[in-house]
Design a protein. Sequence first.
Length: 188
Amino acid sequence: MEKEAKYKEDGVSSEQLRVLSKQMKNLEVARGSESLDYEDLCIHPDVDMPAGYKPPKFDIFNGTGDPRANSRAYCDKLVGVGRNEKLRIKLFIRSLTGETLIWYIRQVPRNWREWQDMAEDFMNRFRFNTEITPDMFVLVNLQKKLSESFQEYACHWRLEAARTQSPLDDNELTKYFIRAQEGIYFEI
């Protein structure tokens, strides 16, 4: 109160003080010292969980795999609250980890007014995982990692083969798998 009285003596109104304070806050954000206020950190600070609602355990997306499949699995688990758009956005962070979580928390929460806005940003950022489909060259050059057994490698190779654009019949799969083997495995 004493400060306000002093500012009034200097000819500064409380409105001017409020505007100046807001400008200082914006300057801090621009310099990288972002606000840690709940309202600034939370995507929808006005949204509370419904009474008695316990969020389900979501499948976790780490940036590899299909982001659309993750979004579909996420929405399927929102039984009872899925129609609440703001709650859907608020809970989405619980399905992310690693690079995806870092991406999510670096976004400006106010940019996502609707689920569609957030979902489009998410898909645009992680779509690259689905755009890269292996071809025969990739399959032939897919080598066994030192840390995996031959069975794990064969399963990994088969999963990659399943992602090719044109499905291969068993004879073609066998031919390309044999070509992918190194000397010792090729002899076997």
